[in-house]
Design a protein. Structure first.
Lengths: 536, 111
């Protein structure tokens, strides 16, 4: 694999119609080329099986077992997979409705960034769902049991499993297709169920399961141990001091702090993520609110979401509850991370909060401890925007004048959750913050933003090097929209509030001829402009 | 599991070519891994690799990109303490590519 490292290739210039790609010689197989931009956003020409080679690594036994799944494909997996499907259908009424209600109207087909970018018909959301639906029909509907061929029902075979593994790992669970589905079918839920079934028979995906194992063992996706985290944070304090002359603290495990901040561990490690972490610290400093990070709960991202395993999701979320109780904090704030916010916003209550069990004494204890005047949990953007509205933060907006900024809505915030106290707050609040800290802001095309935002191409458990072709091609619709505002307005900074978006764009922007540093965080902009107060 | 052969000795790697046993690493193995990544090793490359290994020995993880750039900047001058400098040395990303050559595990997560 090593000698197949993809080589960045500049995209073809705009408004060249997509040409048929010459057959790739084996030696050039690894060379991933971005699709050519379209003059008009037409439905792509079908390229049957064009992504049939796109497979993530199957998780090794050690990774599967570290998260409680069988190490390798179990004996009799066909029956076991079908039985697991039955279990999920019984447990989640929604899944059964999604299996039954699709009328194949086709509204979803051209809404998926992976279909638009690859042209592979199995990346049409309806076709992806049908990989499971056909098996569902065979075993759980009368016509499928009696006349399978007539109703497109299929046996659970190795070929079917291989197709599942391929194409359910070419879905980023971004739910854009669901916005357009007249029945509201949530493809993400279908993908999660399929991955859950595959995990349960020992056929997991390496990227997600290896990472979940690290969270269980060390506390974060990165595998960053406490001493390294402490060293990194001390280094940051030095940097900010050098930069601003102010002693901004990045505290770890402070008993009795008001706020526990949980953020993706990528914020401690990667560029540009760490710039937003610096920004969070400056906000706390300027507002004079005590806060702490935690090594035990050093991960906000919850990969349990990716394979729909709620037990795993609960286990990851529980670390945060345990830490909040132990440190005695009054508020829990979640950093810039899309999947984290989805889980925090939509699932924490039933996973680890009062909704889990009304008499659970830890839940009750935590509720008593938390400050009822604030939303629990709060998104860091809600937190910062509240302070701005109260006039507690001041900015030198011109510090951001070298930047012409646009905002990329991250799917799990845009479509999976909310901010503020009205529908659409999740779209307005980050933009409001940007406009409060910078002078130059433009939106990308409306059909590519807000609830219709396109995924970055790396979400939902596909942010791995073995899927680089998928990632480059999946970013295509977003890159088209970005190119428009770059050409028209000279945009040179795309802000986002998700660690995956940041890592994915850093990697794929160069394939489209952009500088990798074009992407950054909303709190990176806050960090640039905020007055720290000490000088007044 | 895959493996590589250097100087007649076989070393286990994972699917992506990262060494499985950290103790297996030596400079020849590092050079071999660099070749598989099409990286031409120079003294500047070794500076980074050696720093990564030292940091890993202390903290059991590769350093954050920022920690790395700062350390390199202190050692070799501020003009080299930038991520652009590191990307010029290791085009596929200093964290992942340099870790592989240094025989360290791949950083995982949203990075």
């Amino acid at each position: 694999m090593a000698d197949e490292t993809p080589v960045a290739v500049a995209p073809a210039p705009t408004s060249v119609p997509p040409a048929a790609k010459p057959a790739e010689k084996p030696a050039e197989k690894a060379k991933v080329v971005a699709p050519a931009y379209r003059e008009f956003p037409t439905i792509p020409v079908l390229k049957i099986d064009s992504m049939v080679e796109s497979n993530p690594y199957v998780a090794a036994a050690v990774h599967n077992e570290s998260v409680g799944f069988p190490g390798t494909l179990v004996d009799g997996w066909e029956q076991k997979a079908v039985a697991k499907m039955g279990e999920l259908l019984g447990k989640y009424r929604s899944l059964k409705v999604y299996m039954d209600s699709c009328v194949h109207c086709g509204a979803c087909t051209d809404k998926c960034h992976y279909f638009i970018g690859t042209g592979d018909p199995k990346n049409m959301p309806v076709a992806r769902q049908d990989l499971m639906r056909s098996v569902y029909r065979r075993y759980y509907t009368l016509p499928g049991k009696l006349f399978p061929k007539l109703v497109g029902a299929r046996d659970m075979t190795k070929d079917v499993l291989d197709d599942w593994f391929r194409y359910y790992n070419q879905c980023s669970e971004c739910r854009r297709c669901s916005v357009f589905c007249p029945y509201g079918i949530d493809t993400a839920e279908v993908t999660m169920a399929a991955r859950h079934i595959m995990d349960s028979v020992g056929h997991g995906q390496k990227y997600s399961n290896e990472i979940l194992g690290k969270v269980n063992k060390i506390g974060n996706n990165l595998g960053l141990p406490g001493p390294a985290l402490e060293d990194t944070l001390l280094g940051l304090e030095e940097d900010v001091k050098d930069d601003t002359g102010v002693d901004v603290k990045y505290p770890l495990a402070v008993q009795g702090a008001e706020v526990l901040l949980v953020t993706p561990s990528a914020d401690f490690f990667a560029e540009p993520h760490i710039e937003s972490l610096i920004g969070y610290g400056k906000v706390f400093h300027a507002a004079g609110i005590s806060w702490t990070l935690s090594s035990y709960a050093s991960e906000a991202g919850n990969f349990g979401l990716f394979n729909g395993d709620y037990n795993m999701m609960r286990k990851v979320a529980m670390r945060i509850r345990e830490q909040a109780l132990e440190l005695g904090v009054k508020r829990i704030v979640v950093g810039e991370c899309g999947h984290a916010w989805r889980v925090a916003y939509a699932f924490w209550n039933t996973l680890t909060g009062l909704g889990n069990n009304g008499t659970d004494k830890f839940s009750v204890e935590l509720q008593k401890q938390l400050d009822p005047r604030y939303k629990e949990p709060s998104h860091i953007c809600e937190f910062t925007w509240d302070l701005i509205q109260q006039g507690r933060l001041k900015f030198d907006k011109e510090a951001n004048d070298s930047r012409i900024i646009t905002f990329h809505d991250s799917c799990n915030v845009a479509r999976g959750s909310r901010m503020g106290d009205y529908a659409g707050g999740q779209f307005d609040i980050p933009r409001n913050i940007i406009k409060a800290v910078a002078n130059n802001y433009v939106d990308m095309a409306l059909e590519t933003t807000r609830e219709k935002t396109f995924c970055c191409g790396g979400g939902g458990g596909v942010l791995t090097d073995d899927l680089i072709e998928l990632r480059v091609k999946g970013a295509f619709p977003r890159m088209e929209a970005l190119q428009q505002v770059v050409d028209k307005h000279g945009v040179n900074f795309m802000a986002t509030i998700c660690a995956i978006c940041k890592a994915q764009f850093t990697k794929v922007l160069p394939y489209y001829g952009f500088n990798m540093r074009l992407v950054g965080g909303v709190h990176q902009l806050v960090s640039t402009a905020i007055r720290l107060g000490d000088e007044q | 599991m895959s493996s590589i052969e250097v100087n007649g000795k076989s070393y286990e790697t994972d699917e992506e070519g990262y060494l499985v046993n950290l103790a297996d690493w030596n400079e020849d193995v590092g050079n071999y891994l660099a070749k598989t990544e099409s990286v031409e090793m120079t003294d500047q490359h070794w500076e980074v690799i050696n720093f990564l290994r030292d940091y890993y020995n202390e903290f059991q993880i590769a350093p954050a990109v920022r920690v790395l750039t700062k350390a390199i900047g202190k050692k070799l001058g501020p003009e080299k303490g930038t991520s652009q400098y590191l990307y010029a040395l290791f085009p596929y990303g200093p964290a992942k590519q340099a870790c592989k050559i240094a025989g360290l595990p791949k950083p995982t997560g949203c990075v």
